[in-house]
Design a protein around this ligand. Structure first.
Ligand code: SF4
Length: 635
């Protein structure tokens, strides 16, 4: 349905793979106002469809590819798109975000989202050219690496300027954490590649000729100019991310004992310098680049096998480095490249291997894997992607393996999704975020409170005070940013430069000291967001929606949209049996202090969970109440 708002392409298409038919799915302006786009739009579509009975590998598992309204408007870092479905790794709602240019091209073809239903007869790939949807036999593509597949798609379509995404061997072989790759960018987490693999869909290409309009061209251009200058002048988005990517955080994590080491048994690695962002920048980085139209350009390019390829980001560097006691950064570079080629999520893959190393050491599962011995990992990666030997078992993820062999206390996941690289016993708000995150152990979906607990600010990382309310506020903001099609790295610039410039200055120290006492203030914003009908100069995300889309927007509405999305995702998950019982972390993180001499260095999860549920308007069992659902217009 065409929209009165600019920014939207106007149509959502439903694609039935079995019958190879395509029709339009109704989507109104009222829904655009309530759900914005991206992952929240996908959640609403799935909320209407899912009953809680659907298995990840079933024809009823709809996979939604959704863009945000800012994609194509020229807003900074706004070419992200989302893939949502039931995850084969967790069995609950998943969403995986990806950069590159696919979302932009999808909108140029006239579509805000694609709903992919059913299963192909045989193996197919789908070519979309404006209004034309062509199903091709994927015979020659099936079995190729993602790099080969991307190259072949260029040759098969005869196009240069177009969007493409595909799965690698891992997706084809239903590895539970298989990624979808688009222009070397990964929708890495939660196994969306395996969902496409089960459906028999190897790749999608899209090319369009429609124009994308903005509401007020002059105001939009002026606003973007100002915002870009702000991002470029900010120490995180203008310097750290472009110069070192997220890998630049390794040294800070070491300093704050946040660096996942030896399967999260420790927060520091004696040889961290060998796998740090600085080591990467000094010896291996060739240049930086970014997703389409990105101002920040956090991608670091390195040379592997004489090819210029994407370098490892923080998660990969840490989880294939310190967490495996791997000191060889070149091996991390190679494994990172191999994971992309095979279509594997490095976070879940590396965490599962870390668990297997410890299980081997403890005699629970004799598999030959050992901490610090990483020469065999390229073979292990290939074996996982092709489900050969122990790779077939490792392809199932750490939760299932620990249920089979024992060792649940050190299987580092939440709801089946392996944790990111931040060791949460020294950032307990991040620990809460991992546990309650809708998609499982994710730092971003968990709210990324660690940025206030050591990586940006340094508010007492051990206290549970104010962490629940902070987590909720950050989760909702990031939910809305993601739904608009923007990269969440733009939110790094929320931090006032003055605080970052002088971490030991009086002002910064005062903010750090005050933050744990501001839970009540954050609770007030969380509970009554509509009272904050303002646009703040450091949160540019709301102003751009007014100028580029012509939609009413302010901070309060924005936060409320985020809260609506977050709660709706939770509602879907409750249909799949999720409750407080599932918002858990392994005992290693909740019961064993990181520092044996300091009992506070563990995650006081249950205390924070109770406050968090209250803040969200969920009951003690973590279920959104009827009152909350009505308030958010979900019911
Ligand atoms: S900041 Fe990095 S991940 Fe985000 S849009 Fe830019 S290049 Fe892509």
């Amino acid at each position: 349905m065409k929209s009165k708002y600019c920014g939207y392409a106007g149509r959502v298409m439903e694609i039935d793979l079995g019958s190879q038919s395509v029709c339009e799915y109704p989507w109104s302006d009222e829904q655009r106002e309530l759900y914005l786009g991206g992952k929240i739009m996908a959640a609403k579509i799935l909320c209407e469809h899912l009953t809680g009975q659907e298995a990840a590998f079933s024809e009823d598992n709809w996979l939604v590819i959704a863009t945000g309204p800012l994609t194509g408007t020229g807003a900074p870092s706004s070419a992200r798109f989302d893939i949502s479905a039931i995850s084969p790794l967790t069995g609950i709602l998943a969403s995986s975000n990806c950069g590159g240019s696919f979302g932009f091209h999808l909108k140029k073809a006239g579509y805000d989202a694609l709903i992919i239903k059913g299963k192909c007869k045989g193996h197919k790939w789908l070519e979309i050219n404006d209004d034309e949807f062509i199903f091709h036999d994927a015979g020659e593509l099936w079995g190729t690496s993602t790099g080969e597949c991307h190259q072949m798609l260029s040759e098969l379509t005869g196009k240069k300027n177009f969007g493409r995404l595909c799965i690698g061997p891992a997706g084809e072989n239903l590895v539970k954490y298989a990624a979808v790759i688009s222009d070397e960018r990964a929708a890495g987490r939660t196994g969306m590649g395996a969902v496409l693999g089960w459906k028999g869909l190897k790749a999608i290409t899209v090319c369009g000729s429609k124009s994308l309009e903005v509401y007020d061209r002059e105001k939009t251009a002026a606003y973007i100019k100002k915002w870009v200058a702000y991002l470029k002048n900010h120490p995180l988005t203008g310097s750290q991310l472009p110069n070192m990517g997220t890998a630049g955080l390794v040294s800070s994590m070491q300093a704050h004992s946040l660096l996942a080491t030896r399967n999260y048994a420790a927060g520091q690695f004696e040889d961290f310098e060998s796998v740090s962002g600085e080591a990467l920048a000094e010896k291996y980085n060739v240049n930086n680049s970014g997703c389409l139209g990105c101002t920040i350009k956090c991608r670091r390019n390195v040379t592997v096998e004489n090819k210029l390829v994407k370098g490892p980001e923080l998660e990969t560097l840490v989880l294939l480095g310190s967490n495996l006691l791997n000191r060889d950064i070149e091996s991390v570079l190679e494994l990172n490249y191999l994971a992309d080629e095979l279509g594997l999520d490095t976070i879940s893959c590396a965490n599962t291997i870390a668990w297997a190393m410890e299980a081997n050491e403890k005699g629970l599962w004799k598999n030959g894997l050992e901490f610090g011995k990483c020469d065999n990992l390229p073979t292990i990666f290939e074996d996982i992607a092709h489900r050969r030997g122990i790779g077939d078992e490792l392809a199932e993820g750490s939760k299932r393996l620990s249920e089979k062999y024992g060792g649940r206390d050190f299987a580092i996941h939440s709801k089946g999704l392996e944790l990111a690289a931040y060791e949460p016993r020294r950032a307990v708000g991040q620990g809460l975020g991992y546990a309650v995150a809708n998609r499982g152990g994710c730092h971003i979906n968990g709210g990324y409170a660690v940025i206030a607990e050591g990586l940006g600010l340094n508010a007492d990382p051990q206290t549970p005070k104010a962490k629940a309310d902070l987590t909720m506020l950050l989760q909702d903001l990031m939910e809305a940013i993601s739904a608009s099609g923007q990269c969440i790295f733009t939110s790094y610039a929320f931090f006032p430069k003055a605080l970052l410039a002088k971490p030991n200055g009086i002002l910064t120290k005062s903010v750090n000291a005050l933050l744990p006492h501001l839970g009540w203030a954050m609770r007030f914003i969380n509970r009554f967001p509509r009272l904050f009908a303002v646009n703040l100069p450091i949160i540019h995300h709301t102003g751009i929606i007014k100028h580029a889309l012509g939609m009413k927007m302010d901070l309060g509405r924005y936060i409320e949209i985020g809260e609506r999305g977050y709660t709706m995702e939770r509602l879907i998950n409750t249909r799949f049996g999720i409750s407080a019982e599932n918002d858990r972390l392994p005992k290693r993180l909740t019961d064993v202090p990181q520092d044996p001499n300091d009992p506070t260095t563990k995650v006081p999860l249950e205390t924070m969970k109770r406050t968090y549920y209250k803040a969200r308007g969920w009951d003690d069992n973590g279920i959104p109440t009827e009152k909350t659902l009505k308030r958010l217009k979900i019911k």
